[in-house]
Design a protein around this ligand. Structure first.
Ligand code: S6P
Ligand code: ZN
Length: 184
């Protein structure tokens, strides 16, 4: 019974999972992720905005097959004409997949498999499957937080460096008030 699971409470209006670990990324944690490094530094000279926060449950053991459940609250905003986004990563374990369910807001999921990147539109109710071995990043193109629930294997691990070095090949930018998929 020691490993008996517990029931968590998710505030569906905000995405906050109560009484679990929380972590965040501010603009200073993403200095080299947006295309315009100059604009990043200009913003940072005045403020350090919160880009997103994550609430996550950790299973009691780290045995293969255990799952992590979490929510991400990705705030609306832009750096120059590029919308706020998650850092993006590969899973270190090439066999670890992931599922995203969007609770509110809208944007895009960038999925890179091999040399190809797809930009998939997301809105409330979107259910996305991220196959093993793909880099993934979420972009908020709306005016409200983009909140999504995710489930992934505890052994997944996160390789941010590889995703950064390779790049996603696509960026989601504001063009005359409309989100637009641009090559980068
Ligand atoms: C974990 C899953 C998400 C992200 C979160 C933040 O595998 O994909 O929980 O961790 O959306 O993104 P990132 O790229 O900073 O980890
Ligand atoms: Zn992931």
């Amino acid at each position: 019974m020691a490993n008996m699971t517990k029931v968590f409470r998710v505030d569906l209006s905000t995405g906050v999972i109560l009484e679990v670990q929380r972590w965040e990324r501010r603009l200073s944690d993403m200095r080299e992720d947006f295309a315009s490094v100059e604009v990043v530094e200009e913003i940072l000279s005045k403020e350090n905005p919160l880009i997103y926060e994550v609430y996550e449950t950790r299973p009691i053991s780290t045995k293969i097959g255990e799952l992590v459940c979490c929510t991400t609250i990705l705030y609306p905003g832009k750096v120059a004409n590029e919308y706020y986004m998650t850092k993006g990563h590969y899973h270190q374990d090439p066999n670890s997949s992931e599922v995203y369910l969007v609770l509110s807001g809208q944007g895009f999921l960038l999925i890179k498999q091999g040399r190809e990147t797809s930009a998939l539109f997301l809105e409330k109710g979107s259910l996305a499957y991220i196959p093993p071995g793909c880099a993934h990043r979420v972009v908020n193109t709306g005016h409200t937080p983009l909140v999504f629930f995710a489930v992934y294997p505890v052994q997944a691990g996160h390789d941010y460096e590889r995703a950064k070095q390779e790049g996603f090949g696509l960026r989601i930018v504001d063009k005359e008030g409309q989100p637009c998929v641009a090559k980068s």
